[in-house]
Design a binder for this molecule. Structure first.
Ligand SMILES: [Zn+2]
Length: 316
């Protein structure tokens, strides 16, 4: 190799190295490339979540615009009250009409709060003009029947059910929310709180980019809805061995995911990083979104969270 060939060779090596470094630097903070279809692991997570809890998912190949049409809602023997964003279906009784009007009022109260909390509310105009249907069941058997018609099996212990259908390309539609007969103003389960919890699920799933986000946690889903609704799920069972739990994995008992998430988001709010975590979590794992925004490692956040939970137990 003569002098000039050697110089050309060295030049090429340096050029290619600089190219690689530049590519690395440019891609380091680039968002993940979205898949063209929902990954199987994501479908598996949502199917398992459907089996465990009160939020139900279905997957179809595609969702055409007809699927969003409220004229195709299940409405047999129902009356309705509606506005620009919601339709409340209720059975024909004076007390149920009052309950429906209250439900509509609470749903509208929740909208600006959801918009602030999640950074965006999904109005009817954002979802092919579909008004969100909320069904009020009047008995246990009515709850099961309406659930079957709207999207699938009811869960006997649930106060509310939220049914969502995803198409392979990531489009989604809320088939409806069904509330059990126990959900009443001053009832065994409080109407306003349950409306807030179910609407949080509706809006959260609509904020998520499920073609980009590949890792999900049960505590993220239930904790967030409970935290937004400020509901009863914050109670930490007294015999809980907090030291054995970590936010990096879901608990064995699904019910624990409610309070675990509730207090993880509560801690994030105390630390002033809740909004940033939420924004990032729509397209990536919480395990990555938390350290980015809390300015500490996930294991350090875990330590803070366990300490926070122990303080909560003392206050209960
Ligand atoms: Zn829930």
């Amino acid at each position: 190799m003569n002098q000039s060939t050697r110089l050309i060779f060295v030049g090429l090596v340096i050029f290619s190295l600089l190219g690689s470094i530049l590519t690395f630097v440019l891609n380091r903070d680039a968002p993940p490339v979205a898949a063209l279809e929902i990954p199987q692991s994501t479908k598996d997570f949502f199917k398992k979540l459907s089996d465990l809890g009160h939020i139900k998912f279905d997957f179809v190949d595609s969702l055409d615009v007809d699927y969003f049409d409220n004229d195709k809602d299940y409405a047999d023997n129902f009356k309705k009250v509606e506005d620009d964003n919601f339709i409340i279906y209720y059975r024909d009784k004076p007390t149920e009409k009052l309950r429906a009007e209250k439900t509509l009022e609470y749903a509208n109260q929740a909208v600006p709060e959801l918009d602030r909390f999640f950074g965006k509310y999904h109005y009817a105009r954002d979802v092919n003009n579909r008004k969100l249907p909320i069904y009020l069941a009047v008995s246990e058997s009515d709850f099961s029947k309406v659930a079957e018609k709207v999207g699938g099996k009811a869960v006997p212990w649930a106060a509310g059910l939220t049914f969502t259908t995803f198409s392979s390309d990531g489009t989604k539609v809320c088939d409806g929310i069904v509330l059990s007969s126990t959900v009443q103003d001053d009832g065994p389960t409080d109407l306003k709180t349950v409306v807030y919890h179910e609407l949080a699920h509706y809006n959260h799933f609509h904020c998520m980019n499920i073609l980009e986000k590949t890792e999900y946690m049960n505590w993220e889903v239930e904790g967030l809805a409970s935290y937004f609704a400020k509901d009863w799920n914050k109670k930490i069972p007294e015999d809980t061995k907090i030291n054995t739990l970590s936010l990096t994995e879901d608990p064995d008992n699904y019910i624990d995911s409610y309070w675990m998430g509730y207090h993880a988001f509560g801690l994030a709010e105390e630390l002033g990083c809740l909004k940033g975590i939420l924004k990032n979590s729509y397209s990536e794992s919480l395990i990555r979104a938390i350290p980015k925004n809390a300015h500490c490692s996930m294991s350090e956040f875990d330590v803070k969270w366990r300490k926070h939970c122990k303080e909560i137990v003392l206050q209960q």
